[in-house]
Design a protein around this ligand. Structure first.
Ligand SMILES: *[C@@H]1O[C@H](CO)[C@@H](O)[C@H](O)[C@H]1NC(C)=O
Ligand SMILES: *[C@@H]1O[C@H](CO)[C@@H](O)[C@H](O)[C@H]1NC(C)=O
Ligand SMILES: *[C@@H]1O[C@H](CO)[C@@H](O)[C@H](O)[C@H]1NC(C)=O
Ligand SMILES: *[C@@H]1O[C@H](CO)[C@@H](O)[C@H](O)[C@H]1NC(C)=O
Ligand SMILES: *[C@@H]1O[C@H](CO)[C@@H](O)[C@H](O)[C@H]1NC(C)=O
Ligand SMILES: *[C@@H]1O[C@H](CO)[C@@H](O)[C@H](O)[C@H]1NC(C)=O
Length: 759
C-alpha cells in the first residue's frame, strides 16, 4: 500500500552527459551483499549511464535524463530506499522497514551479478556469464534506446511497449502506449488508452546518424534502431502529452552542456489522426481540404463531407467487375500505406502481385514492398475498405487501388491513370539487337562491390523501377552511379549485352552516359556517370529546394529534356521510346543541366518478349498516356505525353497523383517559381501551352518532339490551342452545361495565371 505523497523516490537510469563523467566513481557491478542506497549509484564502465535514485521534478538536475524507471508505479515514500540482489538472483527495492516496492523474479543462475552495461541495459547474469537471467531492456518504460526493441513474440503474444509517464513529474504509467501490432503486416500504433491515435513511424527510413530496423518473421516482429556514430545519442520517447519524439543530443559549442533536440515529433499534423479521412479517403496535409476521396470514389455523406466532417469516408462510384477481367488500378504515389491490419503479404513479384489482386475479387489494392538486401520484394494485398491513407510530398510508397474500368479515366492536370493489360510490345528493329561492336568496359564485380561499400544502404541514391541505384567511387576515385538490376529479369547474358551496347552508343549532352556494365552470376549492373545534383524530383517536390529553381534553370531543363528526347526519337540511328520519362529520371549535373536517365531500360527488361509480347508493365503511372495505360499501345507520342506532364510539373512544382481533387489550380506561387525571381511570363505561358498540347488525349493531336523543340524556340503567337480533354467534356455534358470550347482558359479552367500581374 503506497499512498500518493508529494515526495516520492524512484529507481532510475539516467543518461550521463559525456563531459560530466568525472562526477562518478562507483562501479558498474553489484553482487549479493551489496546495497545501493539512496545517494549512491552504479555507473556504466564508459560513464555513459548511471543507475541511482531520483525524485521527479526536484532532484534531477538538468544534466540527467531519465531513460528507465524500475518502480514507476510504486514510488518509495522517502529517501531511505535500498536496492539489493539476493543470492537467488532477485533484485529488490525496499525501504527502511523492509517493505518491498519492486522486485524481479529469482533466477537459477549461480553466483548472480547485476551489471549496468554501456548501452544502459541493467542485467542480471550468473557469475559464469551466459544468457541474462533478467534485463531492463525487456521492460521498457517510456524510452526506446539503441538496442532496445519494440517487440511482439508471435508464439507467446508477449509484448514490449513504451508507455508514457503520467506527467513530466510522475513516472507512473500514463495514457499513451506505443506498441507494435503484429496482425497482418506489422505496424506501430500510438494508443491513447485503447484508442488508436496515430499509426506508423514516419521517420522509417535510415538517416546518416542512425539506422532503423523493422523485422517480421514467423516467431517475432520488432522495431529497433542503432546509432551509427557512437558519439551521437538518440532516443525515442513517448511524452506524457501524447507525442512520440525522436530526440538527439547536441553538444553545445561553448562551455555549456548541450541539449536534447527534437529530431522528429509526431503526430505532427491532423492527417495523422487514425482513420481521419474515413474509408477510401486520402489525406494530404498540404491540401485544403485535407481529405479527398480516392479517384473513382465519392463521399458517402456529401453534406458532412463538405462541412469537413470526413469520418463517413467515401464509396465506390462503379462496382468492380471481377468476372470480366476489366478492372484496373490507379496509382497513389508517395503514399503512406493504408492500415495494414488485414493485409496479406507474400513474396510475389510486381506483375504476379497485380494479377493476384485482380484474381481475387475481395482484393482492393496492392503494393510492392521493396526489401533491398538480397533483391527480394514483397507483395502486399489489401482486402475490404482502405483506411488511414495519406500522401507525402516526398518519400512514401506506390499504392495501386483497384477500380472498375469506367472509373479509370485520365484527368487533366492529374493525369492519373491505370493499366489494363499491356499487350503487344513490338520488338524494335532486329538490326538494333544485332548491335555493332563497341568496346564497352566490363567491370569486375569485386571492384563494384568495393566501390559501393558492399551495396551499403549509406550509398543508396534511390530506387528505380528496375532496382536500387548506389553511389560508388572507383579505385581511380571516379564517382559513378551503379544500377543494380532486380533479379527478376530472365534475360540471357548475350541479349543483355546487346542491349547494353546499344545504349552505350547513344551519346548526347542531355542523356546520362553509360560507362560500362557488369555481369556476374545473377548480378546485372549498369555503371553510369554520377550526377551530383541527382534527380529533378527532389528539387521540384522537395519542401525547400524548389526555391533554388529559378525560371532560367527551369527553362534550361525543359529545353534540354526536349532535345534529349528528340535525339532518342529521331536523331539517333534508332528510334528509341523512353517509356518512363519523369522528374525522377531527369538527373542534374553540377551546372543544373538536365540529363535523361533510364532510357532503353524498358527494352532491356522486356525479358519475356520472345513472342513479341510483354506482360511487364513499364512506365510510371502519373506520366502514362491514356492509350498506353488503357491499351498498352505506345509510340513516340506516349513519350510526348510524359514530356507534357513533366513540363507542367516543372512549372507548377506539383506532382501528379492518383487523387481526384475537385479544384486544383496550377498554382505558380505554390511551385516556388515566383519566389523572388523576375520571370518572363511570355515564356512561362508558352511552356504551359506546349505542355497542354503534349497531354492531349489523342496521340495524333500531340506534336512530335521535333515540333516541340521548334515551338520552344519560336514565339507563342502561332501555337495551336489544345483540345478539351474528353473527361472534362463528358463531365460537363453530364452536368448539363455547354460543351463548347473556348480555348485555353475555358478548357483548362483550373489553371490560374491571372494573379501574377502585380509582381
Ligand atoms: C520513510 O518511510 C518509511 C515507510 O513509510 C517510514 O517507516 C520511515 O520512518 C520513513 N523514514 C523517514 C526518515 O522519514
Ligand atoms: C529470493 O530471495 C529473496 C531474498 O532472500 C526472497 O525474499 C525471495 O522470496 C526469494 N525468492 C525465491 C523464489 O526463493
Ligand atoms: C502493450 O500494448 C498492447 C495494446 O494496448 C497490450 O495488449 C499489451 O498487453 C501491452 N503489453 C504490455 C507488456 O503492457
Ligand atoms: C560522429 O559525430 C561527431 C560529433 O558530431 C563528429 O565529430 C564525428 O566526425 C562523427 N564521426 C563519424 C564517423 O561520422
Ligand atoms: C461481364 O460479362 C458478362 C457476360 O459476358 C456481361 O453480361 C456483363 O455485362 C459484363 N460486365 C461488365 C462490367 O462488362
Ligand atoms: C481472397 O482474399 C481474401 C482476403 O485476403 C482471402 O481471405 C481469400 O482467401 C482470397 N481468396 C482466394 C481465392 O485467394
Amino acid at each position: 500500500m503506497v499512498g500518493r505523497q508529494r515526495r516520492r523516490e524512484s529507481l532510475v537510469f539516467a543518461a550521463l552527459i559525456p563531459t560530466l563523467i568525472a562526477l562518478s566513481a562507483a562501479g558498474d557491478t553489484f553482487v549479493p551483499g551489496d546495497r545501493l542506497e539512496d545517494g549512491s549509484s552504479l555507473v556504466s564502465s564508459d560513464g555513459s549511464f548511471k543507475l541511482g535514485f531520483f525524485t521527479p521534478g526536484s532532484r534531477i538536475s538538468g544534466i540527467w535524463t531519465v531513460v528507465w524507471v524500475a518502480n514507476r508505479d510504486s514510488p518509495l515514500p522517502n529517501r531511505t530506499g535500498i536496492l539489493s540482489i539476493s543470492i537467488n538472483g532477485s533484485l529488490s527495492l525496499f525501504d527502511s522497514k523492509g517493505v518491498v516496492y519492486w522486485s524481479t523474479p529469482s533466477t537459477r543462475a549461480a553466483g548472480p551479478v547485476a551489471k549496468l552495461l554501456d548501452d544502459a541495459n541493467f542485467v542480471v547474469a550468473g557469475a559464469g556469464g551466459g544468457e541474462y537471467a533478467w534485463q531492463s531492456f525487456d521492460h521498457p518504460t517510456n524510452t526506446l534506446l539503441p538496442g532496445m526493441k519494440l517487440w511482439v513474440d508471435r508464439r507467446t503474444g508477449l509484448t514490449k511497449n513504451l508507455t508514457s509517464w503520467k506527467s513530466d513529474d510522475e513516472p507512473g504509467a500514463g495514457d499513451y502506449t506505443f506498441f507494435l501490432d503484429p496482425d497482418g503486416d506489422p505496424q506501430i500504433f500510438l494508443l491513447e488508452g485503447t484508442k488508436r491515435v496515430f499509426s506508423g513511424v514516419p521517420d522509417m527510413r535510415s538517416y546518416s546518424m542512425f539506422k532503423l530496423l523493422f523485422v517480421s518473421n514467423a516467431d517475432e516482429a520488432y522495431y529497433q534502431f542503432s546509432n551509427r556514430n557512437k558519439s551521437v545519442l538518440s532516443r525515442l520517447v513517448v511524452q506524457s502529452k501524447g507525442l512520440i519524439q525522436r530526440l538527439v543530443w547536441i553538444e553545445s559549442e561553448g562551455e555549456g552542456e548541450g541539449e536534447w533536440s527534437v529530431f522528429w515529433s509526431g503526430p505532427t499534423d491532423r492527417c495523422e489522426g487514425f482513420r481521419f479521412c474515413g474509408i477510401f479517403g486520402i489525406c494530404d496535409a498540404n491540401e485544403s481540404p485535407l481529405c479527398n476521396c480516392l479517384q473513382g470514389f465519392d463521399p458517402k455523406s456529401p453534406e458532412n463531407w463538405n462541412l469537413m466532417d470526413w469520418k463517413d469516408g467515401c464509396r465506390r462510384r462503379t462496382a468492380v467487375d471481377c468476372q470480366n477481367g476489366t478492372d484496373g488500378f490507379v496509382l497513389v504515389a508517395n503514399a503512406k500505406l493504408p492500415d495494414t491490419t488485414m493485409v496479406v503479404v507474400n513474396e510475389m513479384g510486381r506483375e504476379e502481385c497485380r494479377e493476384g489482386c485482380l484474381r481475387n475479387c475481395s482484393c482492393t489494392a496492392y503494393a510492392i514492398k521493396e526489401i533491398l538486401d538480397g533483391g527480394r520484394s514483397g507483395c502486399m494485398l489489401w482486402s475490404g475498405a482502405l483506411t488511414d491513407l495519406r500522401v507525402y510530398d516526398n518519400g512514401g510508397q506506390d499504392l495501386f487501388v483497384r477500380l472498375a474500368r469506367a472509373d479509370i479515366v485520365t484527368v487533366p492536370l492529374h493525369f492519373t491513370v491505370v493499366l489494363g493489360s499491356c499487350p503487344i510490345v513490338k520488338r524494335q528493329n532486329e538490326e538494333m539487337a544485332k548491335s555493332r561492336e563497341l568496346d564497352l568496359p566490363l567491370f569486375d564485380l569485386a571492384a563494384i562491390v568495393a566501390a559501393t561499400n558492399h551495396f551499403s544502404t549509406d550509398n543508396l541514391l534511390g530506387e528505380g523501377g528496375f532496382g536500387p541505384v548506389y553511389k560508388g567511387r572507383l579505385e581511380g576515385k571516379q564517382e559513378v552511379a551503379v544500377k543494380r538490376l532486380a533479379k527478376s529479369s530472365s534475360q540471357g547474358v548475350e541479349q543483355f549485352m546487346n542491349e547494353v551496347r546499344l545504349i552505350a552508343k547513344l551519346q548526347h549532352r542531355n542523356l546520362v552516359r553509360l560507362l560500362g556494365c557488369c555481369i556476374d552470376g545473377e548480378e546485372r549492373l549498369l555503371i553510369y556517370e554520377y550526377m551530383p545534383n541527382r534527380g529533378l524530383d527532389s528539387f521540384l517536390f522537395g519542401n525547400t529546394k524548389g526555391v533554388l529553381l529559378d525560371w532560367a534553370t527551369r527553362w534550361r531543363i525543359i529545353t534540354g529534356v526536349a532535345r534529349g528526347l528528340l535525339y532518342l526519337h529521331q536523331d539517333s540511328r534508332f528510334r528509341i521510346i523512353h517509356r518512363d520519362l519523369k522528374a525522377g529520371n531527369v538527373l542534374l549535373d553540377d551546372d543544373m543541366n538536365p540529363k535523361i536517365s533510364d532510357f532503353g531500360m524498358a527494352r532491356i527488361f522486356a525479358g519475356d518478349e520472345t513472342e513479341g509480347i510483354t506482360r511487364r508493365v513499364v512506365g510510371t503511372y502519373g506520366y502514362m498516356s491514356p492509350e498506353y495505360a488503357m491499351d498498352g499501345s505506345f509510340s513516340v507520342k506516349s513519350d510526348v505525353f510524359s514530356f507534357g506532364v513533366l513540363v507542367l510539373e516543372i512549372i507548377s512544382g506539383r506532382r501528379n497523383r492518383g487523387i481526384l481533387h475537385p479544384v486544383r489550380k496550377l498554382n505558380l506561387l505554390a511551385g516556388g517559381l515566383l519566389s523572388g525571381y523576375p520571370i518572363p511570363m511570355v515564356e512561362v505561358l508558352k511552356c504551359i501551352q506546349i505542355g497542354l498540347l503534349c497531354v492531349q488525349d489523342r496521340p495524333e493531336d500531340r506534336p512530335e518532339m521535333a515540333a516541340v523543340v521548334l515551338m520552344l524556340g519560336g514565339d507563342s503567337g502561332g501555337l495551336p490551342h489544345p483540345k478539351k480533354p474528353e473527361f472534362v467534356a463528358a463531365r460537363e455534358r453530364a452536368e448539363g452545361s455547354s460543351t463548347s470550347s473556348r480555348g485555353l482558359t475555358r478548357t483548362f479552367n483550373d489553371i490560374t495565371v491571372s494573379d501574377m500581374g502585380g509582381r
